[in-house]
Design a protein around this ligand. Structure first.
Ligand SMILES: [Zn+2]
Ligand SMILES: [Zn+2]
Length: 555
């Protein structure tokens, strides 16, 4: 039997922000048992991946190892940690574990997706212990930008790993947990082999401001608003929802919830007790008859999402909610890299309507849910790991986190990549193997491999269009009728005003005529000659080569 080892492999989320999925293995060779932590998505940028909604981790390795998987544990309810479950869990069918809010939010998300399969979740109380032999998993509450974020202490016969998940330190959150320093320090005293940690803000010095400070600013901005106020934030940020509710109540305003994702979270937060004591919110229909100084609209769309509430309000296309001159919109959020253009479009739309827009550039209206450098050092001091592996970050964040850990005296610091199999014990930490890893695209309702040609061809189509040619050729090798030429996504005229359709048609006829008669009876030869000629003729005028499809019918 192979020697027993403790191994770690990220299948997503290392070298990128998003799509978190990590696996831990105990045992040797084929006897190895696996624990999966998180199963998240990334969001695709439209200009790079036209028509793709989501990016999911490639889990073919886990499908193959399915029988050895003892369970899948969710650290928290953000999409980059659980968003791939609806699509991927049916292929794994392994036991699933989450704390109450995460489980309820997942169920609400699942029900909102037509045709989503039933996915049973085992609900784990906060701070509890889960035995998934040979692993024992302790849930440790940590502060983050959603209720119930958990670090996991994963105990194994070869040592204990602390997997931080997404966390920060906030001594004064509104409804979320505080980071359980006592439990983390106790683990450190017991001995921790490895710390796998959030690197998102490893390039930022100091500490993040507290949610309590953000709430103060929001209260002031709502109190001083001359007319209507709308606040947008991440839909799952219950601390922020509570801060807006408190600000509204203090100013004698009603809260109107605008956007389905926000409604869903509000409902789940009420069910799980995270909005206890908070006044009832009004439905969207109430917005129209409330006086401007009596309303706060809590909106989805802080990332400029085209279909979300705020983008529609900015275009004056929302059925219930309108904003105009003298009204105030607060972005209680940060623009996620890649969304800048979309957010700017919404802000410009609002400003053009005379709306005052307030963002975190000028006011303390947002704090990140991830640890800055002083907080990372606290975690290292509490846990005192022998090994540190930076996770949840792009290459720069990982490198900065690694350098910080070295400077703090961590004995072994290892930077790895998605698909690396890292041995944590026995012996020094090292990348010892690779496991299949990669990306899968969600294209409409279908999952396609990232290296499939679909998206690449779609990009080419978007860049240079397509020409379709249909020709009927007799057995004797003569054209039976005029060829049909159709251009899609190609300029109608060239620079000299000549129709591109006629240029293409002339190229078809010339290419055909130039073929020796016996070759004209060979459809493959005709297709090849015509395609080449059409693409060259168009490229000569346009300096772009479109895709060209030629259909030859022999009659
Ligand atoms: Zn995350
Ligand atoms: Zn998160």
């Amino acid at each position: 039997m192979a020697e027993s080892e403790l191994v770690f492999a990220p299948l997503g989320g290392v070298g990128e922000i998003g799509m978190n999925l990590s696996i831990y293995g105990v045992g040797g060779g084929r006897q190895r048992k696996w624990l999966i932590v998180d199963c998240g998505v990334s969001f695709a940028a439209e200009e790079h991946l036209p028509g793709i909604d989501l990016i999911l981790p490639d889990i073919r390795y886990l499908i193959q190892e399915r029988r050895n998987v003892v369970g899948l544990v969710l650290t928290h309810g953000h999409e980059d940690h659980m968003g791939a479950l609806i699509d991927l869990w049916p292929r794994l069918n392994v036991p699933l574990y989450a704390t109450p809010f995460t489980a309820a939010l997942f169920e609400a998300r699942r029900l909102s997706e037509p045709g989503a399969p039933k996915i049973p979740i085992n609900v784990v109380p906060l701070g509890s212990r889960l035995r998934l032999d040979p692993f024992t998993v302790d849930f440790i509450s940590v502060a983050h930008s959603i209720p119930e974020s958990n670090a996991l202490a994963i105990r194994t016969p070869l040592g204990t790993v602390v997997h931080t998940g997404d966390w920060r330190i906030d001594p004064t959150p509104l409804v979320g947990s505080r980071t359980d320093q006592a439990k983390l320090s106790a683990l450190g005293a017991e001995g921790v082999l490895a710390l796998i940690g959030d690197s998102t803000n490893a390039i930022r010095d100091g500490r993040s401001p507290s949610e309590a400070d953000i709430a103060k600013t929001l209260a002031e901005l709502v109190r001083t608003a001359p007319a209507r106020v709308a606040v947008t934030t991440f839909a799952s940020h219950v601390d922020r929802i509570r801060a807006v509710a408190d600000a509204a109540r203090a100013a004698g305003r009603e809260v109107v919830v605008v956007g389905r994702a926000m409604e869903r979270v509000v409902q789940v937060a009420r069910e799980t007790g995270y909005l206890d004591g908070v006044q009832d919110f009004r439905s969207m229909e109430a917005y129209g008859y409330l006086p401007p100084e009596k309303v706060v609209a809590l909106c989805t769309g802080s990332q400029g999402e085209a279909r979300a509430a705020l983008a529609r309000i900015a275009e004056n296309e929302h059925p219930e909610v309108a904003l105009g001159s003298g009204d105030r919109v607060i972005f209680s959020s940060r623009t996620i890299p890649g969304n800048e253009k979309d957010v700017d479009r919404v802000i410009n739309g609002l400003v053009a309507r005379g709306v005052e827009v307030i963002t975190d550039r000028s006011h303390l209206v947002h704090a990140s849910g991830h640890p800055r450098r002083a907080e990372l050092l606290d975690m290292i001091a509490w846990v005192r790991p022998k090994i540190l592996i930076p996770a949840h970050g792009e290459a720069l964040h990982l490198a900065e986190h690694a350098a910080l850990a070295r400077s703090a005296g961590v004995a072994e610091v290892l930077v790895c990549r998605n698909g690396d199999l890292v041995r944590l014990a026995p012996g020094p930490a090292a990348v010892v193997d690779e496991v299949p890893a990669g990306r899968v695209y969600k294209d409409g309702r279908i999952l396609v491999a990232a290296d499939a040609r679909t998206v690449a061809s779609r990009r080419r189509l978007g860049f240079a269009g397509i020409i379709s040619v249909a020709m009927a050729v007799s057995e004797q090798g003569a054209l039976v009728a005029d060829p049909e030429v159709e251009l899609i996504g190609i300029p109608e005229f060239d620079g000299a005003g000549e129709p591109m359709g006629e240029i293409a048609l002339a190229a078809v006829e010339e290419a055909f005529a130039a073929l020796p008669r016996p070759r004209r009876r060979d459809p493959d030869a005709v297709v090849e000659a015509v395609r080449g000629a059409v693409r060259s003729a168009i490229a000569e005028r346009w300096n772009k080569k479109p895709i060209c499809h030629v259909h030859v019918l022999v009659v």
